[in-house]
Design a protein around this ligand. Structure first.
Ligand SMILES: NC(=O)c1ccc[n+]([C@@H]2O[C@H](COP(=O)([O-])OP(=O)(O)OC[C@H]3O[C@@H](n4cnc5c(N)ncnc54)[C@H](OP(=O)(O)O)[C@@H]3O)[C@@H](O)[C@H]2O)c1
Length: 329
């Protein structure tokens, strides 16, 4: 059946300015790293994407290697874009990335101009797009001059294949250099995509301050620590969870007694706040106005519905914040 997004979809979402750019992003964006590949069910992907769009999520994040197999998430997304979201391209912010291993030989990963330009061409073809809104360098490359990688990003924008560029997984010091080079080239960095959650706090040691000072947006990934910061692992490892799936990046070994102990205590606090743990974990990141958007993943539509309720309460009392610090210590 043909699909038409609901007309009220922008009413319930908060849109935040991305750094000092002209672009607004939804406070919650959807990533297609897991659950959108060739091994997954296309109808589930479709239901999630439709619900996300109907809920005001305008930003969808991909990468060349998302699947499995690598590339298949872009292919599935391209299929659904064409079949369902046809006519809505101008209402969507689509990003992709290159940096991790994609094809054999010396030009299939890292940060050379050769790799980045070829990879984006392949991504555009897989998604059936003329351009992406944001193209990222996915991880720093210790062996390619940063000037070459940043010049490739600048070139891609000048060629019209991306409107904006970003960097991902760059530590504060490397990020500062990259931002400087991009500024000099005349293609300012729009956004940084770091890993950030209650369980992963390195961005607080300089990166968030740098991004604020430079007017660059921030879109934390894995805000739920791949599902650990939800009520799912309280009583063991469910068979349909990421930790149990052979294709999941979260290892069973990450679900330790110590971690589950922390999750239980966080869950008790979430219940007191009348939230699910997922909602509280997202709200905890969104309380920081330097964060433009949190980049979530989901395996089913119900998780979109649940997680978006985080907006009901993004305020934390000083006592609640201290309780969280005590639990995480
Ligand atoms: N730049 C990078 O290097 C990089 C790296 C990783 C990710 N990313 C981006 O960030 C996106 C999000 O990463 P992520 O998938 O790890 O994020 P996440 O939000 O931390 O974890 C997603 C998982 O949490 C569980 N979940 C989500 N909502 C839930 C809810 N309301 N209740 C219970 N469980 C819930 C689901 O697990 P189950 O599957 O077990 O149901 C889901 O697959 C990716 O898709 C990708 O776009 C970027």
């Amino acid at each position: 059946m043909s699909y038409k997004p609901v007309s009220t979809r922008y009413d319930s979402m908060e849109y935040r300015r991305c750094g000092r750019s002209g672009l607004l992003l939804p406070a919650v964006s959807l990533g297609l790293w897991h659950n959108f590949g060739g091994v997954d069910t296309l109808e589930n992907c479709r239901s999630i994407l439709r619900l996300a769009l109907d809920s005001g999520i305008t930003h969808f994040d991909l990468a060349n290697n998302y699947g499995p197999p690598p590339g298949s998430a872009e292919e599935n997304f391209g299929r659904i874009l064409k079949q369902d979201f046809h006519g809505y391209r101008d209402q969507l912010i689509i990003s992709t990335k290159a940096g991790y291993y994609m094809w054999p030989g010396p030009y299939g990963e890292w940060g050379s101009k050769k790799y980045l330009v070829s990879s984006l061409d392949q991504s555009l073809q897989r998604m059936g797009l003329d351009y992406v809104d944001i193209f990222y360098h996915h991880r720093p490359d210790p062996n390619t001059p940063l000037e070459e990688t940043m010049a490739a990003l600048d070139l891609i924008v000048r060629q019209g294949k991306a409107l904006y560029v970003g960097i991902s997984n760059y530590r504060a010091e490397e990020a500062a250099k990259a931002l400087q080079i991009l500024k000099q080239l005349g293609t300012p960095c729009l956004i940084h995509q770091p890993k950030y959650s209650m369980f992963e706090r390195w961005v607080e040691e300089g990166l968030l301050d740098l991004l604020e000072k430079e007017g660059v947006g921030c879109i934390p990934f894995s805000p739920l620590a791949q599902g650990l910061l939800t009520n799912k692992y309280l009583k063991g490892i469910p068979s349909d969870s990421r930790a149990a799936k052979p294709t999941g990046f979260l290892q069973e070994s990450a679900v330790t007694e110590q971690t589950v102990g922390k999750i239980k205590r966080l869950n008790e606090l979430a219940i007191k706040r009348e939230q699910t743990l997922a909602q509280m974990a997202l709200a905890w990141i969104l309380k920081d106005k330097r964060v433009t958007s949190v980049l979530i993943g989901v395996s089913k539509p119900e998780q979109v519905t649940d997680s978006l309720q985080c907006f009901r309460n993004t305020w934390f009392s000083p006592e609640e914040l201290q309780t969280i610090e005590d639990i995480l210590r």
